[in-house]
Design a binder for this molecule. Structure first.
Ligand SMILES: *Cc1c(COP(=O)(O)O)cnc(C)c1O
Length: 340
């Protein structure tokens, strides 16, 4: 039995999800005639209180489309230094939109209204790039699954309004934040111009993301998605996995969070562990004592069929997910306890 805690993207669709996908009605989504894609888009838009939404093959394409929507070449966006859009989307911000990033030094991948205010270029000073967009991540990926308080997001929104900036949420793991904070998704629609969400992380679908916003924006996004090569035909089979996930896999994220917290609490008390970052959702980041290398630990775990990842700078990462079940959790807890 292999226990893969490298990412929550390693989940495989369940038999029930596959059956639901198999049974779905499809059409040509490039003509907007796929009833299942249309249903998923309507469902996500309504959930977050937006007018419209658009289905995407990946979260990266959904984010990149949002950036293209909100900016012109030569302009600048503001994001945390650890932002996925900057670090893990292949340089798409500059490649796709001709935009640069003003990176701010936030806390665990989260920024605040003061940092944003500080990073805005004076629009009258025409030598500097024009700031036009702020993008935040919730939960944060590199920040270890940390989640925002809605009030902080509202303060950033106020700064954006005052300075004529658009506000985008990279909500690849928004489901984890909603469960951890017990927030109402409609509150998010009140704060952001656009939100991207993923079905292929904690929700266990094989593929699929959605971008939500106003009708006018989603109309423009349709053209951008076409340009990026993201128009798909009978995509309803994939959208069905998202619909299934929304019905069955959100509430259970609590289990992933509990297991990550239990692992964190255990590691905290082991002598070979140096530091454990606070665990809010399903991502756990920790460092080991200097006399043990990250590779030694990963190799030791691998011999016991447990796979975790290194993030560099001495940091190790564990991510819990749908396919990490209680029997595995018991085994991992016991194994960690007697590892050295
Ligand atoms: C995974 C992820 C994405 C999107 O990734 P894809 O692999 O393209 O679906 C975007 N933002 C964050 C924070 C992520 O963790």
């Amino acid at each position: 039995m292999e226990i893969n805690l490298v990412s929550d993207t390693v989940t495989k669709p369940s038999v029930e999800m596959l059956q639901f996908m198999f049974n779905s009605k499809v059409g040509d989504d490039v003509y907007k005639q796929d009833p299942t894609v249309n249903a998923l888009e309507a469902r996500v838009a309504e959930m977050f209180g937006f007018e419209a939404a658009l289905f995407f093959p990946s979260g990266t394409m959904a984010n990149q489309t949002a950036i293209k929507l909100h900016t012109q070449p030569g302009e600048q966006l503001i994001a945390d230094k650890w932002a996925h859009i900057y670090n893990y989307e292949g340089g798409g911000v500059s490649f796709n939109s001709g935009v640069s990033c003003a990176l701010v030094d936030g806390h665990r991948g989260m920024i605040n209204s003061d940092l944003v205010l500080d990073a805005i270029n004076n629009p009258e000073f025409y030598h500097s790039p024009l700031t036009s967009l702020v993008s935040v991540e919730n939960t944060t990926n590199k920040g270890g699954g940390a989640c925002y308080d809605l009030d902080e997001l509202r303060r950033i929104q106020a700064v954006c309004k005052n300075h004529n900036l658009k506000f985008h949420l990279d909500g690849a793991r928004i489901w984890n934040a909603l469960v951890a904070k017990n927030d109402n998704p409609a509150a998010y629609g009140q704060i952001f111009d656009t939100i991207s969400v993923c079905f292929s992380k904690g929700l266990g679908a094989p593929v699929g993301s959605v971008l939500a916003g106003s009708k006018e924006m989603m109309h423009r996004a349709l053209r951008i998605r076409k340009i990026f090569g993201g128009g798909m035909r009978q995509a309803g089979y994939l959208a069905a996995a998202g619909l299934y996930a929304l019905d069955h896999n959100i509430k259970r994220l609590e289990e992933d969070h509990r297991r990550a917290k239990e692992l964190g609490a255990l590691l905290q008390n082991l002598p070979w562990v140096q530091q454990v970052e606070p665990v809010e959702t399903n991502i756990l980041i920790f460092t080991v004592q200097p006399q043990i290398s990250e590779n030694t630990l990963m190799e030791k775990l691998k011999l016991r069929n447990i796979y975790i990842s290194s993030m560099g700078h001495g940091k190790l990462r564990i991510v819990t997910h749908l396919d990490y079940r209680e029997v595995m959790h018991t085994y991992v807890m016991e194994t960690l306890e007697k590892l050295f």
